[in-house]
Design a protein around this ligand. Structure first.
Ligand code: FNR
Length: 362
């Protein structure tokens, strides 16, 4: 039987009630990395809204790994308690709580979008950013200080991801996602645009993918065997005019990640350089990349980007383009996207009993 948007899905022992996932979306609303009422209400509402998986925003594995001083973090044991409140509420609504573990690399230390996304220097409350090579993001004006990671410091990054995953488990999350997309630290290692290293972490495909593989293996190693690990990648840098990260390399990496026990590759794109040329920004603009990775490997894939309607999300799953429909901005517009999708598609989904008197009559 063909899967639909409301077919359940299992990863190891984790049962996901439907194929809608809330895409990770930074809220820039934390102080010192702590989750607060905003995060509980924001993520909690999307769980009330029926999404099968509710993923946190990029959650920094170290203070320097934050995009802005307002990012969510999990670099200390003190962060666990407020995250646990969120995972347990999400779970109580029948959704699967997931956390994205992240390091922003050279794109760290910026003000939040509504304050301009400008680099913040250490004297003004920012910090020195770290990257595979001394190639700063081409900011207009002075880029923030950037430090090229030593091999020993790279091992420290792997340890930060390990400790973050242990805490995430403690905080009750069921799925850990490694963020290796959008031009942040792990993607910076993958792409020859940002990785000019001449050691074991630069040059060949094998070397550029080493850190992503090490981090994934480490997270997989501390994450229980019965729970899933996802990895988000950018399928392409959209920089075909230069030596860059592309779909062919993404297929190879997805294969390697499958061998490492990754349960789903979350397929996004771009973020390495402002010169990127996005061929199309219409509905489902990144879905074809997920489809290629799904066709050419054995790993399950999630498709994200421009999925805005129930019928489109259902089409992605039922035509086998991807196993999960990952919905970002439409979830900002409509926290009840999944419940509304069930209505549109005539699928059986329970509204919370508190809201039952409002359930639309067919
Ligand atoms: C994002 N995106 C994003 N991606 C990610 O991997 N981690 C993150 O923390 C964020 N943060 C974030 C914040 C906001 C406000 C937006 C709008 C986006 C990207 C997001 O997850 C998604 O991939 C894109 O928005 C494309 O999907 P949609 O929005 O077209 O469904």
């Amino acid at each position: 039987m063909t899967d639909t948007l409301f077919s359940p899905l299992s990863f190891r022992e984790t049962e996901v009630p439907n194929r809608v996932m809330v895409s990770p979306m930074c809220q820039y609303s934390s102080t010192d990395g702590f989750a607060n009422d905003w995060h509980l209400v924001h993520l909690g509402s999307r769980a009330v809204g029926g999404a099968g998986i509710v993923m946190t925003e990029a959650t920094a594995v170290s203070p320097e790994g934050r995009i802005s001083p307002h990012d969510l973090g999990i670099w200390s044991d003190e962060h666990v308690e407020s995250l646990e409140r969120i995972s347990s509420f999400v779970e109580s609504m029948g959704s699967v709580p997931a956390i994205q573990l992240a390091h922003a690399g050279r794109k760290a230390s910026k003000s939040r979008p509504w304050d301009g996304s400008d680099p913040i220097c250490p004297e003004d409350g920012g910090w020195t950013t770290v990257a595979p090579s001394d190639v700063p993001w081409p900011y207009e004006g002075e880029p923030p200080e950037l430090h090229e990671l030593t091999t020993q410091e790279i091992a420290g990054i792997v340890d930060d991801f390990r400790a973050a995953a242990v805490r995430a488990l403690d905080a009750g999350f069921e799925i850990a996602e490694v963020h290796a997309a959008h031009g942040y630290l792990l993607h910076e290692f993958l792409s020859p645009v940002t990785n000019r290293r001449e050691d074991a972490y630069g040059g060949s495909f094998e070397n550029r993918t080493r850190l992503v593989r090490e981090v994934t293996e480490t997270v997989r190693g501390v994450w229980p065997d019965d729970k899933p690990v996802f990895v988000r990648i950018s399928a392409t840098d959209w920089l075909d005019d230069r030596d860059s990260w592309d779909l062919e390399q993404s297929v190879r990496l997805a294969d390697d990640l499958d061998d490492l026990g990754v349960d789903l590759v979350d397929v996004s794109a771009g973020g390495t350089h402002p010169d990127q040329q996005i061929p199309n920004t219409g509905p489902g603009y990144q879905v074809p990349y997920a489809e290629v990775i799904s066709d050419e490997t054995d790993v399950r894939v999630g498709a994200v980007g421009g999925i805005r309607t129930a019928r489109h999300a259902d089409e992605v799953v039922s035509n086998g383009r991807a196993d999960l429909a990952i919905v970002g901005r439409e979830h900002l517009r409509d926290p009840y996207f999944a419940l509304h999708a069930a209505e549109d598609l005539n699928a059986d989904t329970e509204w919370p009993p508190q809201y039952r008197r409002a359930v639309p009559r067919r």
